[in-house]
Design a protein around this ligand. Structure first.
Ligand code: SF4
Length: 225
């Protein structure tokens, strides 16, 4: 039984600076959906594991439209875990927004509209959520970028040297080096950005070092940024 009707469970909607992906640095409206099927040990959004506020798509859009911004990211938690996420993405596209979706990589990307830019995690072994990548997503990602260049990006959050080696081998094994952006992001206080940069330079790896901009801008704020 669908207890939510056609509503989505929302953790928060806010306006901030995009901290990750190729869109880092741009002002962006974030729609954060509640609920996640994974339990990463570095999770900085554990509050999304609790239920949020039920809202229908019109309510969500009316809040989004209060902000002077056409870049919108749907994130979580794991947004695709909610039944009506694709409808929300579709509506945002229809309203002329540039729509980013952040997903943890464990759920199928099949139903997301072609216009959406999907930023997909590949969880590494030391995250506590290793082996969660939904392998059929690789084929879906290839189809999406054939249809529309730059419609997918991959993100690897790294805690250790072994995570780095895993991410490097995932990219090489799946020939992902040149077809889409691959972002390597160190877990704060666990792996230094400098160490990660040195590994990347030594291997001449054409991936992007990504530092979470919002945590640099607002180090003491954990929600709404
Ligand atoms: S997938 Fe994201 S929201 Fe879910 S536990 Fe991992 S870091 Fe947290």
């Amino acid at each position: 039984m669908d207890l939510m009707g056609n509503k989505l469970n929302i953790s928060e909607i806010f306006y901030s600076i995009q901290g990750e992906s190729s869109y880092a640095g741009f002002p962006c409206v974030f729609i954060r959906l509640s609920g996640c099927n994974l339990r990463c040990n570095y999770c900085d959004a554990q509050y999304t594991w609790e239920s949020g506020e039920a809202m229908d798509i019109d309510q969500i859009l009316s809040i989004v439209n209060t902000y002077p911004c056409d870049l919108v990211e749907v994130t979580g938690g794991e947004p695709l875990f909610q039944e009506h996420c694709s409808e929300l993405l579709e509506k945002l596209v229809q309203y002329g927004k540039t729509v980013l979706l952040e997903s943890n990589g464990s759920v199928s990307l099949e139903d997301i509209p072609d216009e959406v830019i999907a930023i997909i995690d590949v969880k590494c072994p030391d995250s506590g959520s290793g082996n969660s990548f939904y392998s059929k997503n690789l084929e879906l990602i290839r189809k999406r970028i054939q249809k529309k260049q730059n419609s997918c990006e991959l993100k690897y959050v790294l805690s250790s040297r072994s995570d780095y080696l895993f991410a490097k081998s995932f990219i090489i094994k799946n020939s992902l080096m040149h077809d889409l952006p691959n972002h390597f992001s160190p877990v704060e206080k666990i792996l230094s950005a400098q160490t990660l940069a040195e590994w990347m330079l030594k291997d001449a790896l054409p991936v992007r070092l990504q530092l979470q901009l919002h945590t640099i801008l607002w180090p003491d704020i954990t929600r709404g940024v």
